[in-house]
Design a protein around this ligand. Sequence first.
Ligand SMILES: Nc1ncnc2c1ncn2[C@@H]1O[C@H](COP(=O)(O)OP(=O)(O)OP(=O)(O)O)[C@@H](O)[C@H]1O
Ligand SMILES: [Mg+2]
Length: 729
Amino acid sequence: MKKSPLAMQSTSQTQKNKPLHEKEALVKLLRWHFGHAQFRDKQLDAIQAVLSGRDCFCLMPTGGGKSMCYQIPALAKPGIVLVVSPLIALMENQVIGLKEKGIAGEFLSSTQTMQVKTKIYEDLDSGKPSLRLLYVTPELTATPGFMSKLKKIHSRGLLNLVAIDEAHCISSWGHDFRPSYRKLSSLRNYLPDVPILALTATAAPKVQKDVMESLCLQNPLVLKSSFNRPNLFYEVRYKDLLDDAYADLCSVLKSNGDTCAIVYCLERTTCDELSAYLSAGGISCAAYHAGLNDKARSSVLDDWISSRKQVVVATVAFGLILFQALHVYLRFDDFLSFFCFEHPGSCTGIDRKDVRLVCHFNIPKSMEAFYQESGRAGRDQLPSKSLLYYGMDDRRRMEFILSKNQSKNSQSFSTRERKKILESFGEQIPVSLCKNSCDACKHPNLLAKYLGELTSAVLQKNHFSQIFISSQDRTDGGQYSEFWNRDDEASGSEEDISDCDDGIEAVKKVANSKLSTKAGLNERINFLQHAEESYYRNKISDKQVNKPSKNAVSDVLRQGSKEKLLNALRQAQQRLRNLTIEFEASAIFLENECYNKYGKSGKSFYYSQVASTIRWLSTANSIELTNRLGIDTDSPSVNFISKEEPPAAPSPSLEQRPAQITGKELDGSCGSENSIGAFQTESESPSTSLPVIPSFSEFVNRRKVKDNQPNTSCKESPKKNFDKRMRLQ
Ligand SMILES: Nc1ncnc2c1ncn2[C@@H]1O[C@H](COP(=O)(O)OP(=O)(O)OP(=O)(O)O)[C@@H](O)[C@H]1O
Ligand SMILES: [Mg+2]
């Protein structure tokens, strides 16, 4: 609704030594032009400071009302306020808003026609410009032509203020550095007595200092509102614990009813896929990213702003690179295309007041970006929500991108988001300030449960992507263990432990696999052992265990393992000669055992059990083997060719384990001593049930017992012992 500007107080007011503009006159302007009853926190202080000619640095939360701090001064006295803004779209957005209120505002940018620009310049040169606010990009202020026009306006005493919006872009410490903003430091040289107002919503203390120094602010009034957005509820959901994050988001949007929402994604492809999925689920939504042509983008924006579309699924460019802005930042395109996501930028100013939900479907690149983007919600100060989907894969990807981009590490978004956000801007707050407006405060137990499950899931997925097979002294004397990461393991299913022609050789081959981690062997053994124990302690809920994940043991893998076990059994028969068993049935039996014990816990454990079994087969003597396979002779899967009841092997007492190999065993006779690797859990004596292959923990514990035994004989190192067996083969 257009209104004529209120009659401005003449400068004669200053003769009465009254502050140039008293509060009630300014409140009148606020009510008359913008319809707001009162100034918000710090707005009046900033306005009065700049009207009195003082520099001001103003830190206000997203949606806090920073624009008012320069729009009111433009109405309070004749002349022009110059506003420097990083985005053409933001400038256009504000100028449209001003014109609707009858306030003469314009913006200058490379996207305008010469005709429009000429008209603006003529007004500026007229000596009595009608313009009150002129928005420009930092690039334009750096051009000599524009600066000479500005100096002319200034020489006529018509330049009242230079406002720099999104001032954090000046600082390279900021999350949104714009090199062109650095040029603004020359403004002070050319316009020494014009007050400068720097405004931002996201600036940590270091950035604040950098901004004030770069702009050469003189004794500025520093106003810092709390970054807190009390009307925002922060929630984190963990993708690694969800069956389907897409479906989860769809149900969240549906439960929100027909409210307006923004969903931020890292990449265009995710935008398109997610938008299509949500549309198919009945959500009125559209994708928005720089891959759309200008026409498509402006229609998506119009539909969303006019509520024809409920949800926009956008790359972080949404508040940043709208169709016009692209022309200004074109040079960034090559940078963008490399990361195939939009210009990482402060998602400023898209001023739709009633955004009730902002969802980050991928983790944002920094806390500042998260704050800016989540700040698009609830700009009318009504209760709104910020929902972040946190996934380990997303985090790894973001860290890769940031490492390429030499930026700060991506933040870990876990709990107490509000507290973390405010602290990242240097604002210490008591947890009580949150007043249950984040999931950590509102549902602490639920969150603790999720984090526990997430830890186990991540351990199983990420740290168990390494498989521990056994430890041998390295041929070069160093210590190593057979850790290899999941990729090897996956590729290893063709050429790993027993695909070589000799099981022992195969174990050696695996044993020589290079380390994939830097930690020492013992630390890794301990780590893996604790992880295995804690895994079984906080067993992931059935839903998770049964969840088909890429770590599941597939039939193909099981078939491969059975073949390996079959090979190992054949090699044992060659070694022991007098062993007559049904190989196929025995291999199936042993593989079943591995699967029954570890199949549900994922590939890592299952593989290590198969490997342990193969290692055992390569060292067990006939008695142990027949015991292992023969006690349960009724079992359909195990039939012995030899009919006589195999003698039950005496259960080796603990101190004998692991026994040394004796010459007798090596010639295949069934010595009563144990052979290396013949572990049995003390709870099982051969007569009652099969000797079990030690679990990883048992294997480690036995190793520790052995390592701690007094060195009564010059024990052969497993390596030497290993070679001896090789020679005797
Ligand atoms: N004193 C006030 N009373 C009520 N509403 C206000 C007041 N000042 C500003 N607003 C409204 O608050 C909303 C956000 O204002 P503005 O766009 O200036 O915020 P901002 O601080 O620039 O946010 P951002 O950091 O996201 O750019 C606008 O809709 C504006 O009309
Ligand atoms: Mg703003």
